[in-house]
Design a protein around this ligand. Structure first.
Ligand code: BV8
Ligand code: ZN
Length: 243
């Protein structure tokens, strides 16, 4: 398996402000399906077609059940060595900002303290009428979308396609990207915007860009180093090289 280069190790040893941007691929070794990989479909439906406000408007119970399934999958999964390597990096570096597109909560369960969630969380419900958010860690959701105290229907607290990202999360991610000297882009197809634009901010600010993914992506030609392999094997090597 690809070991970190001397260039990356000496950069890491200089304790650079670091951003780690993750996508569904970092959770695949926890057994969670990615959006575009095998197993992502649910009852024959493409998750991309279910993760939209239109789908929820048209088929609220179906979309609700899809997210109930996603929660049961995430609850049954556990953080893998890639999630834990980021926790280790966070403890060894003075400044590490973890920005994730994932909604599964595995970074939080691995122990990462500050998680910038660009696309919300499976473990939050939001009222469609008054917008109130509530944490909901129950293993299973009610069979039907429950009502908020105001009478509005509750929905999953995630960002669907066509919906704007939380302003503060995007702002925090962009600021961290502009200030970092090293960005690790891990397990994302770099197809979904505006999350996929974040590495560009780092690049234009002169950061050293590293991609970890067993497949090449539209970002690969732009990075300084591309590690072709699973994050659960590559990232621990970055940490042990720092020891
Ligand atoms: C928005 C939460 C403004 C829900 C998600 C045309 C051009 C450009 C943009 C658009 C366009 N048409 C529409 C858009 C906008 C759209 C978009 O980008 N679409 C894409 C598909 C073209 N974006 C939006 O709609 C965003 N909002 O633009 O708002 C706006 C406002 C109002 C009106 C109009 C516009 C909202 C996007 C957020 C959607 N919500 N998630 C849920 O989870 O259910 S996105 C969801 O899919 C994930 O969060 C993630 O972001 C994305 C999947 O991407 P990845 O995480 O990268 O996962 P993927 O499966 O794709 O890839 C996995 C990768 O891991 C692969 O590369 C694989 O090789 C790798 N891998 C596998 N195993 C491993 C591994 N890597 C390492 N180790 C391993 N072991
Ligand atoms: Zn309400």
């Amino acid at each position: 398996m690809q070991q970190p280069s001397e260039e990356l190790l000496s950069l890491l040893r200089s304790d650079p402000p670091t951003v780690v941007l993750t996508g569904a691929g970092i959770s695949s070794e926890s057994g969670l399906a990615t959006f575009r990989g095998p197993g992502g479909h649910w009852e024959g439906r493409d998750p991309m077609s279910l993760a939209t406000p239109q789908a929820f408007d048209a088929e609220p119970t179906t979309v609700w059940r899809f997210y109930d399934w996603r929660r049961t999958q995430a609850a049954a999964a556990g953080p893998n060595p890639a999630h834990r390597a980021i926790v280790d990096l966070e403890s060894k570096l003075s400044s590490l900002t973890l920005v994730t597109q994932n909604v599964d909560g595995l970074h939080e369960r691995a122990g990462t303290k500050n998680v910038v969630r660009l696309h919300g969380s499976l473990w939050t419900l939001r009222c469609t009428a008054c917008g109130t958010e509530q944490k909901d860690l129950r293993p299973r959701l009610d069979p039907l979308p429950p009502e908020c105290g105001c009478g509005g229907m509750l929905r999953p607290g995630v960002v669907w396609f066509g919906e704007s990202l939380p302003r503060d999360a995007m702002q925090e991610a962009q600021n961290a990207a502009r200030l970092c000297r090293l960005m690790l882009v891990v397990g994302t197809s770099s197809l979904v915007y505006p999350a996929a634009s974040i590495p560009q901010f780092a690049k234009s600010a002169g950061a050293f860009l590293v991609e970890v993914n067993p497949e090449r992506t539209p970002l690969t030609p732009l990075v300084d180093e591309y590690y072709d392999g699973p994050a659960g094997e590559i990232l621990p090597g970055f940490v042990s090289g720092l020891a």
